[in-house]
Design a protein around this ligand. Structure first.
Ligand code: AMP
Length: 506
């Protein structure tokens, strides 16, 4: 089944109902959205000469044209590559090149970085700015019928950063994304066409994935006016778009819970806040529950099994009388309906209840593999199980608690930062001999990036200089917030840097 069939169907059934909104304004009805999707699909096929299976990258902020690009590409049987628009130009270039994207759809803000990549990215033939005249020209093409897709056909290449320094494209098929959407209805929430979903987080990641079940059911997709929705804006949108749900990183939930505009406000039209992607501290969660009531659901997932490993339901959050209520709030919940989840030892044998093992997942939602990376795929998908790299343990009731991340991923402000990338950037400075980057718990950001640097003799470089070197090569948000200059890094017998020891020093 082609995921774009949802749009086509809603275009008939809900013709005059709102499909996409910008703030409190209707941007398009389902009838108009479906017509544009079928026409742009025709434009991608006819004018741009793409064929089923070709990749179309999307580098733009959340806006109505994002959904047009996503669904038009699917309608035409193409594979989308949604790229985090906050990445550095070089990182975007790598993803466009690796995915072999022939077309990139971008917006005014990102065109300066993206359009010049036409010269360096080999497969890239066209960069289209949307909204804009070229995008409108594509939308004037003759509509084409929906291109048939099988469950195993790729739909979305979801690029995660790799610990090896190279991002990996989790190949999510139409079948994977259908399963993730059905599993939302099974474990998180029901959705009606009178409901709405607010895209307060990037469409290239969690928010885009949670948008799918809402499009399936004909709810309104709402693009906020600002990139950091505050309490007042949320209230205005709740009044206009009832039955609202949204995905948010824990840090955003915390920020909203502390927003004075929401204290005592009427939140009756707020349905569900889905949070996840990083740990949420208990104190913050209790505060959020006090403000939002039992409208919070936690999910634990990763790009490789799109947002679907375990969930802590709204009911679990509300169940204060349960003797283990607080323990459960600190867990990531219960395995989702459509997957098997285990904690295993290094040999892949399930560990007893209460013991920590690597979390592995099996089910129809698990990615087909990494795009064009057979070695990484074989390492991650073993014996039919996805190895998440996360360490956790199950309790007697079957709730999973994450203990640590076996990968040294830093999650700061809801964004994933892999130390290796930052270290590689620092090492480009001639005065840096060695660098190790770790995360320090931070009340505001979840974790803050901290660098330990060994100077290459002579003068020690200043933090400002190192910051500048970083922003030349990686996204701004990945820069270390703190530097420690040391004579040597602690290493083990194999010469590997002991990051745990560095964390302990902090
Ligand atoms: P990504 O693929 O970018 O979504 O990152 C996935 C990783 O984020 C997981 O492997 C976990 O390490 C972490 N993560 C996701 N959800 C949660 C959660 N609810 N609690 C703690 N960590 C999480």
């Amino acid at each position: 089944m082609n995921l774009a069939s949802w749009v086509e169907r809603n275009g008939r059934r809900l013709r005059s109902e709102p499909a996409i909104a910008e703030g409190t304004q209707v941007h398009a009805t389902w009838g108009a959205f479906a017509a544009r999707v079928a026409a742009i699909a025709g434009g991608l096929y006819g004018d741009l000469g793409l064929a089923a299976g070709d990749r179309v990258a999307i580098v733009m902020r959340n806006r109505p044209e994002y959904l047009e690009a996503q669904y038009a590409a699917w309608h035409a049987g193409l594979v989308t590559v949604p790229v985090n628009a906050r990445l550095h130009r070089d990182e975007i270039a790598y993803i466009l090149d690796h995915s072999g994207a022939k077309v990139v759809v971008t917006d005014e803000e990102h065109a300066v970085d993206v359009v010049p990549l036409m010269d360096s990215v080999e497969a890239l033939q066209t960069a289209v700015q949307a909204p804009g005249p070229e995008w409108d020209r594509l939308a004037e093409a003759a509509a084409i019928p929906l291109v048939d897709r099988a469950p195993d056909d790729a739909a979305w290449l979801f690029y995660t950063s790799g610990t090896t320094g190279r991002p990996k494209g989790a190949t999510l098929t139409h079948g994977n994304l259908l399963m993730a959407s059905l599993s939302y209805f099974a474990d998180i929430d029901q959705v009606e066409s009178t409901d709405s979903v607010l895209h307060a987080a990037p469409l290239s990641h969690g928010s885009g994935l949670y948008g799918l079940p809402h499009v399936a059911r004909g709810a309104v997709s709402v693009m906020p006016g600002s990139s950091a929705v505050d309490g007042a804006e949320l209230l205005a949108m709740l009044r206009r778009w009832p039955g609202m749900s949204f995905f948010a990183a824990p840090i955003m939930v915390k920020r909203l819970a502390g927003d004075a505009a929401l204290a005592g406000a009427d939140l009756s039209e707020l349905k569900t806040i889905i949070y996840g992607g990083a740990p949420m501290y208990l104190a913050d969660l209790e505060e959020a529950l006090a403000v939002f009531g039992p409208r919070l659901a936690q999910i634990y997932g990763q790009g490789e099994t799109p947002m679907t490993i375990t969930a802590l339901s709204r009911t679990d959050h509300a169940h204060r009388d349960h003797p283990r209520w607080r323990d459960r709030l600190q867990s990531v919940g219960f395995p989702r309906t459509d997957v098997e989840v285990r904690a295993v030892d290094p040999e892949g044998v399930e560990v007893p209840t209460g013991e920590v093992g690597e979390v592995v997942v099996r089910g129809g939602v698990v990615m087909a593999g990494y795009w064009d990376q057979p070695d990484e795929t074989a390492e991650t998908l073993r014996d039919g199980w996805l190895h998440t790299g996360d360490l956790g343990s199950f309790d007697d009731d079957g709730y999973l608690t994450l203990r640590d991340r076996s990968k040294d991923l830093i999650i700061s402000g809801g964004m994933n930062i892999y130390p290796r990338e930052v270290e590689e950037a620092l090492l480009r400075h001639p005065a840096v001999a060695a660098a190790a980057v770790v995360g320090r718990p931070d009340p505001e950001w979840g974790e803050a990036v901290v660098a330990f640097v060994v100077a290459a003799g002579g003068d020690t470089p200043s933090p400002d200089e190192l910051g500048r070197t970083c922003t030349e090569h990686i996204a701004r948000f990945k820069r270390p917030k703190e530097y420690h200059f040391v004579a040597a890094l602690p290493t083990n017998n194999y010469g590997k840097v002991l990051k745990r020891e560095l964390r302990d020093r902090l």
